[in-house]
Design a protein around this ligand. Structure first.
Ligand code: THU
Length: 146
């Protein structure tokens, strides 16, 4: 059987996440979104393993499919500001309400997640493995002959 990418008991995330602070950072990011086509502004924020908070907003395009989700900007900011792993994540809509990251963005987040990374979701606090079970990830590529 193929190996799993991550063991369920491999959880390094601290329990005392300040979700209000993260949601406020996501809401601030949402206010900078460029969403003239859908008019659906999204802001994302994450706590990084070294304690910093990073943000991202969606950036749409006249060629609709080129649109960048808020999570894309966030992951770029992760690398631009020093790297590390994502500990906790939330994204919000125009009204500052928590929304689910789209499927593509769950994959994007998974790549950079600390094992056991937490997300605030519409159904409460969940782990990255709960919102993207049996994910395809970096470990699947480890034994490929190059
Ligand atoms: N959007 C995000 O930024 N992140 C998500 O996880 C869901 C969708 C954006 C893309 C588009 O600009 C708008 O929301 C409507 O789909």
């Amino acid at each position: 059987m193929a190996k799993r990418n991550r063991r369920e008991d491999e959880v390094d995330v601290p329990v005392d996440i300040d979700w209000d602070e993260l949601r406020a950072a996501a809401t601030e990011a949402m206010e900078r979104a460029y969403a003239p086509y859908s008019r659906y502004r999204v802001g994302a924020a994450a706590l990084v393993s070294d304690g910093r908070i990073i943000q991202g907003c969606n950036v749409e395009n006249a060629s609709y499919g080129v649109t960048l989700c808020a999570e894309c900007g966030l992951v770029s900011e992760l690398h631009m500001s020093g790297g590390g792993q994502l500990v906790a994540f939330v994204c919000v809509n125009n009204d500052g309400e928590t929304i689910m990251p789209c499927g593509r963005c769950r994959q994007l987040l998974y790549e950079h997640a600390l094992p056991g990374m937490l997300l605030e979701t519409v159904s409460g606090i969940r782990t990255i493995d709960e919102v993207l079970p049996d994910a395809f990830g970096p470990r699947d590529l480890e034994e490929v002959a190059r």
